[in-house]
Design a protein around this ligand. Structure first.
Ligand code: SF4
Ligand code: FES
Length: 197
């Protein structure tokens, strides 16, 4: 086991753990959006930032992808971390302004407006890709995918048609952190019947 500190607490972690996994194991909260323990992390939302201090330097890292290291100190709530998180939440407010979940989360950090421009006031999706990863890695069907590149990237189905691969399991809706997948579900699954229907 490796030994290091999270805030003031001495903790131990297996060498293969990430900082986020170690924090969760020790009951220390770090906010996340695109992380789910069932799939590989992607570093998409960056909300899970923490400050890592080693010797006389420190840097802000993404905790869901940063490996634990003997002797380091992790700060989950420093002023630097809170500033970065507020900046990320401002970006998310502009990216998916119609998401109540994102608005609520931002409000927790005192963020109610954004300096970034809003392209689509109806948008709920932050294109974190968690739904795609769960569909591929857990359900194993790849019914949904990312379509397009850069700022034009969206979540959809191959050729924009309801996916025949969809088994209507609802996993994508369950893991979606913004509520966006709920509104896209019919477009994805088409004539596939819901398990509840
Ligand atoms: S639909 Fe939800 S889970 Fe999928 S990319 Fe958009 S925000 Fe992420
Ligand atoms: S939870 Fe780590 S980048 Fe999204």
């Amino acid at each position: 086991m490796l030994k290091f500190k999270i805030n003031e607490k001495e903790v131990e972690a297996l060498p293969e753990w990430t900082v986020l996994e170690a924090a969760r194991e020790h009951g220390i909260h770090i906010p996340t959006l695109c992380y789910h323990e069932a799939v590989e992390p992607s570093g998409g939302c960056r909300l899970c930032v923490v400050e890592v201090v080693e010797g006389n330097w420190s840097k802000v890292v993404i905790s869901c992808m940063y490996p634990v290291k003997e002797g380091m100190t992790v700060l989950t709530d420093s002023d630097r971390v809170k500033n970065v998180r507020r900046w990320i939440l401002e970006m998310l407010l502009a990216e998916c302004p119609a998401s109540q979940q994102i608005r609520d989360l931002a409000a927790e950090y005192g963020v109610t407006t954004s300096r970034f421009s809003i392209e689509n006031p109806q948008e709920q999706c932050m294109v974190c890709g968690l739904c795609v990863r769960v569909c591929r890695e857990v359900v194993g069907v790849s019914a949904i995918t990312t379509v397009g590149r850069g700022v034009h990237k969206v979540i959809g189905t191959p050729f924009g048609k309801p996916s025949e691969a969809c088994v209507a399991c609802g996993s994508c809706v369950t893991v979606c952190p913004t509520g966006a997948m709920q509104t896209r579900l019919n477009a994805v699954r088409g004539s596939v019947e819901s398990p509840q229907s």
